[in-house]
Design a protein around this ligand. Sequence first.
Ligand SMILES: CC(C)(COP(=O)(O)OP(=O)(O)OC[C@H]1O[C@@H](n2cnc3c(N)ncnc32)[C@H](O)[C@@H]1OP(=O)(O)O)[C@@H](O)C(=O)NCCC(=O)NCCS
Length: 154
Amino acid sequence: MYLINKITNENMKIEISNYILRELPEWFGIEKSIVEYVENLKDKDFYAVFDNKLPLGFICIKYNNPYTAEIYVMGILKNHHRKGIGKKLIQKCEEELKCCTIKYLMVKTLGESHPDENYKKTRQFYSKAGFYPLEEIKEIWGKENPCLIMVKNI
Ligand SMILES: CC(C)(COP(=O)(O)OP(=O)(O)OC[C@H]1O[C@@H](n2cnc3c(N)ncnc32)[C@H](O)[C@@H]1OP(=O)(O)O)[C@@H](O)C(=O)NCCC(=O)NCCS
């Protein structure tokens, strides 16, 4: 039975995100961006999923304005993919966000004009979770990494 906890302790956020992101090199293969994610998520909402006290994954939420929140980064250990954990993490965030003025949950991910097969699966996950593509923008992460913005009404 998985347990989802909201984590407020900064050291725990750092420890869990560092561990999980480094276990996902197919998605998070650039050292500089791992360091940046871990540094920047300290002051954001953070939920982690545990099995017997062991972290299996996390999601981090950033508030862009009173109406829109964003999945800043999320990841689940590979041998626990397709067990419904990502879906549960998003549901947990949505429950929390429904209590305030937030109307939209957005996410930035690699767009389909990039051939990467791993991010294709990521987009399939977000689509299944109810996110719709808004626009692919090459100016955000550069033309090598087309950034797709997806959004969900919550
Ligand atoms: C994307 C990710 C968070 C999804 O988490 P997950 O726990 O594996 O996903 P779930 O089991 O909750 O999947 C829910 C549904 O999404 C869809 N889905 C998930 N993974 C999929 C895949 N690899 N291929 C196709 N559809 C997929 C399916 O419809 C699935 O339901 P089903 O298994 O009943 O068919 C996880 O795979 C991950 O950590 N990926 C690497 C890091 C990453 O991409 N992070 C996001 C960066 S923007």
